[in-house]
Design a protein around this ligand. Structure first.
Ligand code: ATP
Ligand code: MG
Length: 394
């Protein structure tokens, strides 16, 4: 039996004029992800098929599960689009299954096929009843629900269906910069951004010696886990120590976090221009901490002209944690290494900062040259999902 993974596009099919662009990007992503396997990948406007070697099926499935732009897929047996071949293949497919009740659902996409779907269902069902003892039809809750898709080039017969990762293929949107801390929220924000097709670079603000190399390693591990959903992520590491120390030396205690976040945003703004990124993504969540009240967000956001997108802004922490577990970043995120945001937290950070006060406090030191130095000295690391050892770059 010749088996393929039969991929359905889902939301992509609403793209009309742009459909080819979306499908081609998905095709490119699938080819890249499966380049180490012996597969044949074909695409058209309705579906994509992957012809695989049986031994590789489980491994390929686990990769396909993480490719955005795939709505659902089926493990289908392929045969010629004529009645005799369909009946024979159907029999082969079901005879290895253990079932008592079944249902057949036929879809005739090839309108030149001479028999209508509503006639084919009883015809194929009758054929099975005649050839297999002790089975019967149950259209409501069958043990085996067999789908027969008749298309011009081939017919596909399957009863194993799986949901795909959904979303749009990565690469259908341009570059965005993800502010990646070691926490729970920002990797989830990155995952959701990629799910909409965004290509991501990550930016990590490091404050050595106040933060440790373990904290850096944690962020690299998170990048590695995220890069399963694309191919690789370029991680830009910003030396934030001079800016941060200056803030805590010069500025009012309760405004330090607000000012620190504005400095981060200013650096993000410059990095977006440097790398031609169209948006900044982060894991801010409305009301989660003092710097994430709407007033704080508005005062902090004021320093950048690049759109700031906060994919988890309206989710509860428990919802964010569920996604973090699903994408396997949770266990890494809860490792107890301090982030630059947590090392200098004042006792009473301002919850509703006043913009005039912020501007007055910021005028106490020459932040422009400091943020420009920070941008110039960024360290870049390419992280791919295959990397297993980081000791050489630490
Ligand atoms: P997370 O939000 O990822 O769980 P967190 O709760 O420690 O981590 P917050 O203090 O809530 O982080 O910061 C809000 C967002 O700002 C983060 O989600 C992240 O996008 C960004 N951010 C915070 N610290 C850093 C950092 N050191 N480097 C890069 N981005 C950061
Ligand atoms: Mg957070």
């Amino acid at each position: 039996m010749k088996r393929v993974i039969l991929i359905k596009y889902g939301e992509l099919t609403t793209k009309k004029g742009n459909l080819n662009y979306f499908i081609n990007t998905l095709y490119h992503n699938v080819c890249r992800k499966l380049e180490s396997f012996s597969v044949q990948i074909k695409k058209d406007r309705a579906k994509m098929t992957i012809l695989f070697e049986d031994k590789d099926l489980e491994q390929i499935k686990s990769i396909v599960d993480k490719i955005f732009g795939i709505h659902a897929y089926h493990i289908a047996v392929v045969c010629d689009s004529n009645l005799e071949s369909i009946q024979k293949t159907l029999l082969d497919v079901v005879s290895v299954e253990d079932f008592h009740t079944f249902k057949i659902e036929t879809k005739r996409s090839d309108k030149s096929f001479p028999i209508h779907s509503q006639d084919l269902n009883p015809m194929l069902g009758g054929f099975l009843l005649k050839n297999i003892p002790n089975i019967k039809v149950d259209v409501h809750q069958p043990d085996l629900w067999i789908k027969v898709e008749i298309r011009e080039e081939n017919t596909y017969i399957y009863h194993q269906s799986y949901f795909g990762a959904g979303g749009y293929p990565v690469g259908t949107q341009p570059l965005g910069l993800l502010m990646l801390s070691g926490g729970i929220d920002s990797p989830v924000a990155g995952y959701l951004a990629m799910k909409r097709g965004v290509v991501l670079d990550a930016v990590y603000f490091e404050a050595i010696p106040h933060t440790s190399l373990e904290a850096r390693e944690k962020v690299i591990t998170l990048c590695k886990k995220l890069s399963v959903y694309c191919n690789s992520i370029c991680l830009h590491i910003v030396n934030f120590t001079p800016v941060q120390e200056e803030i805590y030396k010069s500025c009012r205690d309760d405004y330090c976090i607000t000012i620190m976040r504005r400095m981060m945003y200013r650096i993000m703004d410059l990095l977006s221009k440097k790398y031609h990124a169209m948006a900044i993504f982060n894991g801010e969540c409305i009301g989660q901490v003092a710097s994430q009240t709407l007033t704080s967000m508005s005062v902090i956001n004021e320093v950048t002209s690049v759109p700031v997108i906060r994919p988890v802004a309206c989710l509860d922490k428990l919802e964010i944690m569920d996604i973090a577990r699903h994408i396997d970043t949770y266990e890494t995120s809860i490792l107890p290494y301090e982030d630059c945001c947590t090392v200098f937290v004042p006792k009473h950070p301002v919850i509703h900062p006043n913009l005039d006060t912020v501007i007055r406090e910021e005028a106490k030191f020459d932040y422009l040259s400091m943020i420009s130095d920070a941008v110039d000295s960024v360290e870049d690391i390419i992280v791919t999902s295959e990397d297993s050892e980081f000791s050489d770059i630490l």
